[in-house]
Design a protein around this ligand. Structure first.
Ligand code: TTP
Ligand code: MG
Ligand code: MG
Length: 434
């Protein structure tokens, strides 16, 4: 995000929570159980919440180094080819952004203190964050290591209006974990996500149903779900710069410009996004196995099968937004006796290549096999919610819908002769995404 975008963001209505007019019924919240059905229905219209930690990795580090508060701080490996994982808001004032090469960041902000990441610690804190969310409602959809959607509609009687629940979550995260979170509340997921992004850091923004369309229309098109840098360019060439411009465009011309995604973008511009918060049950392990048509002793065949199973497992891991710290290999011999071997790795894995590499090592560790093999399997264990792209591109780390929308849009925009094949907003999440 350039300095202009920064200004633009500041100019948006990010009214502090306490200044916002109260909702009908909010004044009579004690006890919440006494809310009239009408008041409850009104409050439930905006019950979707997006909660995201502010400068997550940095904030966790600052807990043990409070003397660095208020200073530019970057979490990332100091190595030549590494990228910024998280930057404090003080570092962002210098232009530093996530996914920027560390060398560039260091040049932009020479005074920044650079801290090497401690992923294990962040996953622990992530678990604690998700546990706080889980104590509010069962309807929690984790989106990455530091954020989730919650539908708090069912918690209003117990805990108060969504806005109060948002403040409760922020207060608990701060008190129990020592970091700040920002909360967006709206009638739909994508508006809630926009709201949390735009009230950062340490903010809460509620966008009421009746405010949604005017609010959206005041934003640049890049604020819409899945609209990345290339799409922004394609639209800008037709003079479509704001969400209001999209809303005013005839649907057929949007379809012509963006294909099927045109309709999606058009619906978003009118605040229409019916996708519900879908809780994710965290699986303990993910794996795949295959029984051979004929028992085999052939190493090459075993390797080929392991590669295929690695791809299947990695796909499912990424689909679930998880990565694994342990890889297990299973072999069943012709006599049905079964062995497993497992290895724990230092860097969490969600790629087929790495799964395969470990699986091959495990197969080698078995040594000479006493007889032919009937079945081979791979299992990814000790799963964690994946961080957003610590070492790989963040392409794999966004939630599926978001990613699918981006890929669809950017596939379309590639047709328009752009140099880069990668969606710009994923390479520079501080840029077009905001
Ligand atoms: P974000 O929530 O995108 O960023 P953030 O929490 O650092 O800052 P913000 O206040 O804007 O929310 O990502 C959460 C963590 O995920 C981040 O602290 C570090 C990690 N991450 C990466 O490792 N690589 C990336 O490219 C991004 C975007 C995040
Ligand atoms: Mg964050
Ligand atoms: Mg996040």
């Amino acid at each position: 995000m350039g300095p202009d975008a920064d200004k633009q963001q500041r100019a948006q209505p990010t009214m502090p929570a306490k200044l916002q007019p109260q909702l009908p019924g909010e004044r009579h919240l004690q006890p919440a159980g006494r809310l009239s059905e009408d008041a409850l229905r009104e409050l439930r219209r905006s019950s979707i919440m997006h909660v995201d930690m502010d400068a997550f990795f940095v904030s966790v580090e600052l807990r043990s180094r409070p003397e660095l508060k208020g200073r530019p701080v970057i979490v990332g490996y100091p190595a030549e080819r590494s990228v910024v994982l998280s930057a404090s808001y003080e570092a962002r004032a210098f232009g530093v952004r996530s996914a920027m090469p560390m060398a560039v960041a260091a040049r932009m902000c020479p005074s920044a203190v650079i801290i090497e990441p401690r992923h294990k610690l962040y996953y622990e804190v992530s678990g604690q964050i998700m546990a706080i969310f889980g104590s509010i409602t069962d309807l929690v959809e984790p989106l990455s290591v530091d954020e989730a959607f919650l539908d708090v509609g069912g918690a209003i009687r117990r805990l108060g209006a969504p806005q109060e629940i948002g403040e409760l979550i922020r207060a608990r995260v701060f008190r129990e974990l020592g970091i700040t979170a920002s909360v967006g509340i709206a009638a739909s997921k994508f508006v809630a996500k926009i709201a949390s992004t735009r009230c950062k850091p340490d903010g809460l923004l509620l966008i009421r149903p009746e405010e949604t369309v005017p609010y959206l229309h005041s934003l640049p098109v890049s604020a819409l779900w899945g609209v990345g840098g290339k799409t922004v360019e394609v639209l800008a060439r037709r003079g479509i710069r704001t969400v209001a411009d999209v809303a005013a465009s005839p649907l057929p011309s949007l379809r012509k410009l963006l294909g099927a995604a045109g309709e999606h973008v058009y619906r978003l511009s009118w605040g229409i996004d019916p996708r519900p918060v879908t809780p994710v049950r965290l699986e303990k392990s993910i794996g795949a196995e295959e029984t051979f048509a004929t028992d085999t002793a052939d190493d090459a065949l075993l390797h080929r099968e392991l590669l295929r199973l690695s791809h299947r497992t990695a796909e499912r891991l990424r689909g679930a937004g998880m990565h694994a710290r342990t890889v297990a290999l299973k072999l069943r011999y012709a006599d049905f006796s079964t062995i497993t071997r497992s290895r724990t790795v230092s860097t969490p894995i969600d790629s087929a290549q790495l799964l395969y590499a470990v699986a091959v090592q495990l197969l080698e560790s078995v040594g000479d096999r006493p007889m032919t093999v009937r079945l081979v399997g791979i299992r990814a264990e000790q799963l964690d919610v994946a961080a957003e792209a610590p070492l790989q591109l963040s392409l794999d780390r966004r939630d599926d819908n978001w990613r699918a929308a981006e890929q669809a849009l950017d596939a379309v925009t590639r047709k328009f002769g752009n140099k880069s094949v990668l969606p710009a907003r994923l390479l520079d999440p501080g840029g077009d995404a905001e």
